[in-house]
Every structure is written in C-alpha cells, then in structure tokens.
Design a protein around this ligand. Structure first.
Ligand code: NCD
Ligand code: ZN
Length: 341
C-alpha cells in the first residue's frame, strides 16, 4: 500500500498549555486533527466553567481550524452544581480526575474519591463523561504497578457504585487496563498514546535514560506494550486515539528531575501509522483515529479526509517552543508515512 486516506482524526487527550507556546501547540494539532479534548492541568488548573470559557477563547484566538473541546479539573471541592453549570455551558464536554500527586500539575487533584461522589453522581445523571488518570499515588506502590492498583482499588469499585457513569480510562499502559476496559460495559472506553504502542521501558532505560520518552503513566514492559497493540488490532470500538501530547521545553526535560510528558503532536498521525504498520494493523487505524472516539462521545464523525503517503522522512530533532526548544517524540527517527498537507 502506497497511500492511505482516512477520515480526519480527532485527538481525545491533549495538553496544549498556555501563553506564548499556544502558537506552536495549537497549530501543530490543527494541522492533523479536527477536534481535541483539551486537558485542564494548567497552573492554576481549569476548575470551573468560567476558566474553561476563558481558556477556550485563548485557544480560539490562535485562529486555526482546531475545535477545542473543553474539560474541567476535578478537585475535592467540585460540587454537583459546578458540574451542572459546566454541562449547561455546552462548552465543557467532560471532566478530568487527577488523583492528587499522580502527574504534572495534579497537586490540586482529588485526595479521596469519596469527596467527589456528589459530582460523579451528577455526571452519571447527565451522561457527561468522566476522564480518569488511572494511577494510585501511595508512595509504597511501585510506579510500574500504579495503574493496576488504580483499577482494583478505585476504578472497579467506582463503576460498580455508578454503573451508568460514562468513563474514559485515559492513556492506558497495561494488559490489565486493556482487559478491564474490554470487559466493562459500553459506557467505558480508553485512549492509547503513540508512545505506549511504539515503545516499552527498555527503550527508555537500556543504554542510558532517554528522558524524552519519560511520561506518566510510565512506559511498561514489552508484554504490556504487546497487549495494547493487540487491543487496537481487534475491531473493538472501545479503544481510540488520545495522544497525551504533553509538551515540556527541552530544559525542563533534560534536567536532574525531568518533567513527565512526550510532545507527539507534530507527527502524531504518522507515529500512530508507524506503530499500526509494525504490528500489521494499518487497516484498523481509521476506526481507532477517526471513528471510535466521536461514536463514544456521541458526536458526528468528521466529514473531511486526510491522506498519508508512504514516504520516508525524518522527525525534526528539535522545534521552537516559545523562547526555548522542544524535542518532539520520535526526534531524528525516520518514519514511513507522511501526511499530505
Ligand atoms: C502530562 C503533562 O505533562 O501535563 N504528562 C504526562 O506525562 N502525560 C500529564 C498527564 O497526562 O499525566
Ligand atoms: Zn495527559
């Protein structure tokens, strides 16, 4: 196959940040995707509808074709009324649960899920999706076991208590998560990033630490990578594209305490195509990238198409990022597919 035309994809999990870097981040995503679910972990986080509306205005001011779908950041204090206001705004499409301390800018996250039961009950009633960063945060739990711990201790009980809750298990990284989502009701789905399909923890740690592959949830062992590849190779509509593109400047990554996050937006669809081809599932790319997400969210599928051509090209080794540089995911690597402009 030399060329692949698919419906224009959407990115169901994206960090765009704020301020000067929006010129880059919004344009990079708009070049490939029509819509994106915008993560709210700014500093300070987007905790109410007014903040979401203001943030959306800053994204729209970039004057690109991107349609940002906004989310709220749940805190211990998010009330049922706040959820109702968000829903009524028509602008906030989902809310994001960060267990406090789980990842970048999650300090204001939820310390105990029982604190937000009223908010979750309202989400369930409204059919508004809860997006979860699925990791427990107790210091005694090994970082590689934190996703599984979250399923057993938090997510399974939560979904039992709220069986009509619509829920996306974000950026899953383990066979346990893939299995859990597969076995759950149709109201439960998952996003999968390009890095978790392309790489495992050996890629990050053997022969020296590759700080630009460090993200959360952290890359797991190859058997988990294979389980994710398997999940997207079936025709299971519960799995869809969410890059979790999470830009940090080169200096913040290449530091004694490097930030978590991979900047995949500039070559996102090409990275996914590279992955899908490597496990012989290119025919499953369109459903994963362009159909399953809107179907789950109850939104129309995009009408435009994009075309990928088989052509070797090299991901740039760095890009400008405000006054700094950023190292994109796959920097310097040769990819086999290029999206036509
Ligand atoms: C994200 C970020 O930098 O905002 N980092 C990451 O490694 N994925 C936060 C997140 O989604 O966990
Ligand atoms: Zn994220």
């Amino acid at each position: 196959m030399q060329s692949l035309t698919i419906i224009r994809p959407d990115d169901w999990h994206l960090h765009l940040r704020d301020g000067a870097v929006l010129a880059r981040t919004v344009a990079d995503t708009a070049a490939q995707f029509n819509r994106a679910m915008i993560m709210p972990n700014l500093s300070p986080p987007v905790v109410d509808t007014a903040m979401a509306i203001a943030y959306k205005a800053r994204l729209d001011a970039q004057n690109t074709s991107l349609t940002p779908l906004m989310t709220l950041y749940l805190t211990d204090h998010t009330s049922a009324q706040e959820i109702q206001l968000a829903f009524d705004s028509g602008i906030v499409k989902a809310v994001k649960l960060y267990p406090a301390g789980a990842t970048t800018n999650s300090a204001a996250g939820v310390t105990n899920i029982e604190n937000i039961y009223p908010a979750i009950e309202k989400l369930e009633e409204l059919g508004m999706p809860l997006l979860v960063h699925g990791e427990v945060t107790h210091s005694h739990v090994d970082i590689f076991d934190r996703e599984k711990g979250f399923i057993d201790q938090q997510l399974a009980p939560l979904l039992q208590r709220f069986p009509k809750l619509k829920c996306v298990f974000e950026h899953i990284t383990t066979s346990e998560a893939a299995q859990f989502v597969t076995g759950a009701s149709d109201l439960v789905a998952a996003t999968i990033t390009p890095q978790h399909l392309l790489y495992n923890r050996n890629d990050m740690l053997v022969g020296g630490i590759k700080t630009h592959l460090y993200c959360l949830p952290v890359l797991k062992r190859n058997t988990h990578q294979q389980a994710l590849q398997q999940a997207v190779s079936t025709s299971n509509t519960k799995f869809f594209l969410g890059t979790d593109s999470a830009p940090h400047a080169q200096g913040a990554k290449e530091s004694a305490c490097g930030c978590a996050g991979c900047y995949s937006s500039p070559a996102a669809i090409e990275l996914y195509a590279q992955a899908f081809e490597s496990f012989d599932a290119l025919d499953k790319l369109e459903a994963f990238a362009s159909l399953n997400g809107p179907d789950f969210y109850g939104l129309a599928r995009n009408s435009e198409t994009i075309t990928l051509t088989r052509r070797s090209w090299q991901v740039p080794s760095s890009l400008s990022f405000g006054n700094e540089l950023i190292i994109p995911l796959g920097a310097g690597e040769t990819l086999n597919w290029k999206m036509e402009a």
